[in-house]
Design a protein around this ligand. Sequence first.
Ligand SMILES: Cc1ncc(COP(=O)(O)O)c(C=O)c1O
Length: 357
Amino acid sequence: MSRKYNFYAGPAILPMDVMKKAQEELLDLNGIGLSVLEISHRSKDFMAIAESAEARIRKLYGVPDNYSVLFLQGGASMQFSMIPMNLLKGGSADYVNTGSWAKKAIKEAKLFGKVNVAGTSEDKNFNYIPKNLNLSSDAVYVHVTSNETIGGIQFKEFPETGDVPLVADMSSDIFSRPVDVSKFGLIYAGAQKNMGPAGVTLVIIRNDLLDNVAEGLPAMLDYKIHAENQSMYNTPPSFSIYIVNLVMEWLEKMGGVEGIEKINEEKAKLLYDYFDNSDFYNGAANKEDRSLMNVTFRIQPEELEEKFIKAATAAGLMGLKGHRSVGGCRASIYNAMPIEGVKTLVAFMEKFEKENK
Ligand SMILES: Cc1ncc(COP(=O)(O)O)c(C=O)c1O
């Protein structure tokens, strides 16, 4: 079987070792004669998997003891609603508007309270991270999108918010670099980019926030209920959690978030250095804010972009089309993308440039 290189933004590439292990174990988990797909989520075999996934996440990210780790459903999009529903209680929150995902989060928050847009990069089509934020002292929390998957911009440093809890959508860069979890009130991420398959959403929440969630919420939308039930209030997405556990095991072997960060920097540098020396390909994001995960670029003249994407696809380099809302090209190079994949892409780009310039 010849595998292609997967540059899709998500669901994204998974480590080959993880796919192989899942394949080997699919029909018979640990010799129990059943698949992980068909055992009870309350069985000791599955409970061991869920506990291992949580323990690995805690260790890899250095999650302090006063935080809960939850495996929820509904994607990161559900968190756009659950966060204000649980925390806002009619108050006001600061949101940094860095693009399409932040906008969606803002739209949901407005259903539950007031939103102060503390900074926006809309004036330049979201090609940079706003720096001088207009934070309000009475905000219930400050919300940021640590990596905007569509525009390809990433917070290199998070804002200082003092006593106001910082909430971050880390869907597209979770576990790609070390993060000081103690600086955050809540971190959330859909799994399908750096953690595993779609279907599970990770929420890391500080326990004092849990203790103060709004009263009378529907059970499935109430963080406290999920935490009290160790994410087993109802049937969790067990297969997705199983794969998350394997991805975290793989990440440990890669040297944890510190190890993978170095590799991620090296991979992104190959592409950005190439753009910086080319007048054919142009990076779409402001240099100092460019994402290590989603590398967005344009081709001059733009009519060539479609040809580029077609030719790349034919060469086995998949998913390089930019998001439909912005156009252009995007190479998503998450944790599991091997450096050979990026080198292959750069070599293809060089060839395409020579042939089309
Ligand atoms: C930064 C970011 N936030 C939120 C989402 C939405 O995630 P989900 O599809 O899990 O709801 C995405 C999806 O790509 C994303 O990239």
